[in-house]
Design a protein around this ligand. Structure first.
Ligand SMILES: [Zn+2]
Length: 179
């Protein structure tokens, strides 16, 4: 089922989302619907607050470009990134690694705005999967960026908050039109 994606200005995008204490059937269905909604919108990630639920749950799929990461490990074992997509992650805990990199980002909740964002280039994220198992993923490239963007959403942070003053200046007209 396709869900409505909430847009900037909705207060749910600024909430600190709640931990999920039990993976119920409702959570499983919600995750499936979030994946369907993300694919339909041609996005690579979607967090629960973006569909109006302030829960620590998000989905990612970057398999459209097999070369968008230089590595991915699951519990320390090197894996094929494409085979591990999509990712559904619950209650993530993230460590930032590597030098900063600047890449252009957009967001399904901020339509029509894209801007360069500097972020650490690699991450280690441990999280619960839908089946309840806990895993740790290390990666870089677009997947590391997507993890950071989606986990920001779980803390009420938008990529606009991370722009340099110059980047913010460059998109001020688009932002005005969204207000
Ligand atoms: Zn976003």
């Amino acid at each position: 089922m396709l869900l409505d994606i909430v847009q900037i200005g909705d207060p749910v995008l600024r909430e600190k989302c709640a931990e999920i204490t039990e993976i119920t059937e409702e959570i499983v269905t919600l995750a499936e619907n979030m994946l369907e909604t993300m694919y339909h919108a041609n996005g690579v990630g979607l967090a629960a607050p973006q569909i109006g639920r302030a829960l620590r749950l998000a989905v990612i799929d970057v398999s459209h470009d097999p070369h968008c990461v230089s590595f991915m490990t699951v519990n320390g074992e090197e894996v094929d990134m494409v085979e591990h997509m999509p990712l559904v992650f619950i209650n993530p805990i993230m460590k930032l690694e590597g030098p900063r990199a600047v890449e252009t980002e957009g967001c399904l909740s901020i339509r029509g705005v894209r801007a360069p964002v500097g972020r650490p280039s690699a991450v280690s994220v441990s999280f619960q999967q839908l089946d309840g198992t806990q895993i740790e993923v290390e990666t870089d490239g677009l997947l590391a960026r997507a993890f950071q963007h989606e986990i920001d959403h779980l803390d009420g942070v938008l990529f606009l908050d991370r722009l340099s003053p110059a980047a913010k200046m460059a998109i001020r007209k688009q932002l005005k039109s969204l207000e």
